[in-house]
Design a protein around this ligand. Sequence first.
Ligand code: HEM
Length: 233
Amino acid sequence: MPKRAILAIKIFLHLGLLAPFAYLLQISRNGTLVQNADPVNYITHFTGDWALYILLASLAITPLRRLSPQIAFLIRFRRLIGLYAFFYASLHLATYIFLFSGYDLPTALIALKNGQPGELVTQAKFVWPTIWDDIRKRRFIQVGFASWVILLSLACTSPAFIMRAMGGKNWQRLHRLVYVAAIAAVVHFWWLVKSGVRTPWKVTAVLILLLGARLAYTALKARSKPTPKLATQ
Ligand code: HEM
């Protein structure tokens, strides 16, 4: 595929993947967000949803490109899409810390403007017990954190020079954890909805499909490997 086409697709992907964030900025600027019954809840769910959709999209790249050699170039966009999943997951975490948990962001920002950066820490100290309590007691928060920590480690090791330093095999082993991150994110979703609510079924179906494709490919590859000849005496 020509370099210019790759660049054009990358630009298109950046624009598409930034669109949900731009939408969020737009509705918070034009006042639509504050008209919502619970704006913080809206942002938490919006960023969580997009983190998960984009994570699943990044997982879909590998099985898709295996369908035909003509679309093998798709692999060149997997890293970019994965990094956007991390971006939305981090926005989601930031929403939880700075909006959901009671951190008084406006006060901290005003204090910062007035040359009192210490207020940022004071506010963090204020909400830390609530966050720590959540981490200890709520299993959906624990599994959400686990997913985010995996995404963080994958994002940190995504540059090519780190891949070279780690060695291809080690890097691949680590990056297979992306499946664990996706499973943890889907479990996070199931554990946070009220019992009887089936909202996460669609993302679960997509994840099962992707895991199934992965397992089927591994099984087929193992079967097509020539069996080693027995050593003759
Ligand atoms: C970093 C640690 C995380 C924390 C503290 C966290 C926290 C939360 C909270 C407080 C909610 C709303 C719960 C409620 O309404 O009762 C939520 C919802 C959600 N989170 Fe997370 N989360 C984390 C990580 C993640 C990650 C990594 C993903 C996806 C990759 C994710 C995806 C979701 C989804 C899909 C929802 C539900 C959205 C909906 O109901 O439409 N979360 N999370």
